[in-house]
Design a protein around this ligand. Structure first.
Ligand code: URA
Length: 244
């Protein structure tokens, strides 16, 4: 989001808005190397603003968004192959946001986006055991035995087993030989849900993350996002505090 130059200067603590206007009119302010005397000039976080020859450091406000990632979008800030990335949805936000963790290209659902690296790193750390609920459409109808295996943990690779999970069949369809299964895990290994179902003989056909901790996709459709409230950010911070 672009804001007026004098507001940008005031936010960075250069001077009051009024005093910043005077500096602009007096030709003391450069934007991207060029003197600007127009008071209507707008700038954003990617612009270089100099006052009296000194570059202004904009103190970035921390931003937090809950995004409903559509299928067919990469959970990254850029892609070598030119595919759509999650930050393409946030071009009006001046802060440089990045995703908290990742969802596969073909997985849809809840993804947090922020520029708060400290909180993002904590949320991604396995020791905080943030619960994530996925809804998977799988091939076949898992037996009670398969569900039990998923619940107690399956071997993901030579070094890792999944920890305990909550698993429930939401519906099944004998005609198409598929089932819709809800699974809640608190780790986030690469392709974890797909591997877990693959290991019990029920490959995932479609995957969506519906819940992240206490947060849900309520009110959003694919491709939409909303800012987190102060209360929600505070709750997330509490979830990752007081643990060594
Ligand atoms: N597990 C997966 O297999 N894929 C995802 O995108 C998320 C969890």
């Amino acid at each position: 989001m672009a804001i007026r130059l004098q507001k940008y200067m005031a936010q960075a603590g250069v001077a009051s808005r009024r005093a910043s206007e005077k500096l602009i009119v007096a030709g003391k302010v450069k934007v991207n190397g060029k003197v600007v005397t127009e008071l209507g000039t707008k700038v954003n976080g990617n612009d270089f603003v100099e006052v009296n020859g000194k570059l202004i450091e904009q103190v970035e406000t921390k931003e937090y968004f809950l995004f409903y990632k559509p299928r067919g979008v990469i959970s990254a800030v850029k892609d070598d192959k030119g595919r759509k990335v999650v930050t393409d949805y946030f071009t009006d936000i001046p802060q440089r946001l990045y995703p908290v963790g990742r969802l596969d290209y073909d997985t849809s659902g809840l993804l947090l986006m922020t520029n708060d690296g400290e909180l993002a790193n904590k949320l991604m750390h396995p020791k905080y055991k943030i619960e994530k609920t996925y809804v998977a459409k799988v091939k076949g109808i898992p037996s009670n035995d398969s569900l039990k295996q998923l619940r107690i943990g399956v071997k993901l690779d030579d070094h890792h087993r999944s920890s305990s999970a909550k698993v429930k069949i939401l519906s099944s369809d004998k005609k198409t030989d598929t089932a819709i299964v809800s699974i809640t895990i608190h780790e986030g290994r690469y392709h974890q849900v797909k591997i877990m179902f693959e290991k019990v003989g029920h490959p995932v056909k479609k995957l969506k993350r519906e819940r992240y901790g206490f947060l849900t996709l309520d009110g959003l459709t694919a491709g939409q996002f909303r800012p987190l409230s102060h209360n929600e950010v505070h709750k997330l911070e509490k979830m990752v505090s007081n643990k060594r």
